[in-house]
Design a protein around this ligand. Structure first.
Ligand code: SAH
Length: 226
């Protein structure tokens, strides 16, 4: 729902959002479910007012606390990998690690009713909660915690998405995947190349397949909470 608080840049924002969706198509995003979800979330309410006019550019923007709101293409790409268009898989019960101000959580919430989002910096989590409740996406469940440990109380998950880069895949996250579940994350050191990597748990729950995709730049996945 659009309230007066969101009207800020009004029609301009709607048009620039449509342009963002066109650009995502040109960049190769094909899953219409992802494009519709990203077209429905007003990205400008998630960035600081001074940056609102740049909210629909394909770039990461500062959130404070040395963190950034992820680039639209990367959000779209990672969710598309979870959805696996050919099979028409849906997200199911989904865990996001690194909610930041909640933008990606809102996009996920357009695609599934069951979203859990973990963030280690409390003031950011408070902002995420406020942003999602202003969009009436109250069913997203937030938790202030270190996402390296997943979210045992709600596991297993059909989909897990990590918005910060660890050097190696956290074993706990793999263990919290349901059979046929998918985990997507940027893997690599913050000073070197990071690669979007997809893990899929076998249907019998046994092993995992691992596939690598685009090179990206994310903030590091840190330990502990603030
Ligand atoms: N999902 C956000 C991206 C935020 S940037 C978006 O939609 O734009 C990545 C976030 O990961 C930061 O807010 C950072 O604080 C958080 N983060 C880093 N390490 C973490 C950890 N171990 N557990 C939870 N969150 C973490």
């Amino acid at each position: 729902m659009i309230t007066s608080a969101h009207r800020g840049i009004g029609m301009t924002s709607l048009r620039t959002r449509e342009r963002m969706i066109e650009r995502l198509r040109e960049q190769g995003i094909r899953d219409e479910r992802v494009l519709a979800a990203m077209g429905a979330v007003p990205r400008h309410i998630f960035v600081e007012e001074a940056l609102a006019s740049r909210a629909y550019e394909d770039t990461a923007l500062p959130l404070g606390f040395q963190q950034t709101i992820s680039q639209p293409y990367v959000v779209a790409r990672m969710i598309e990998l979870l959805l696996d268009q050919p099979s028409g898989r849906s997200l199911g019960k989904t865990l996001e690690i690194g909610a930041g101000c909640g933008y990606q959580a809102a996009v996920l919430a357009m695609l599934t009713r069951e979203v859990y989002a973990v963030e280690r910096i409390e003031p950011l989590l408070a902002r995420a909660r406020k942003n999602l409740s202003s969009l009436r996406l109250n069913y997203v469940r937030f938790k202030h915690a270190d996402g390296n440990w997943g979210l045992a109380e709600a596991a297993p998950f059909d989909s897990i998405i990590v918005a910060a880069a660890p050097a190696r895949v956290p074993q706990t996250l793999l263990e919290q995947l349901a059979p046929s579940g998918r985990l997507v994350l940027p893997l690599g050191n913050s000073d070197g190349a990071q690669i979007i990597t997809l893990f899929e748990r076998r249907a019998d729950g046994g092993g995992f397949s691992e596939t690598r995709f685009d090179a990206v730049r994310f903030v590091p996945l840190l330990a502990g909470v603030e």
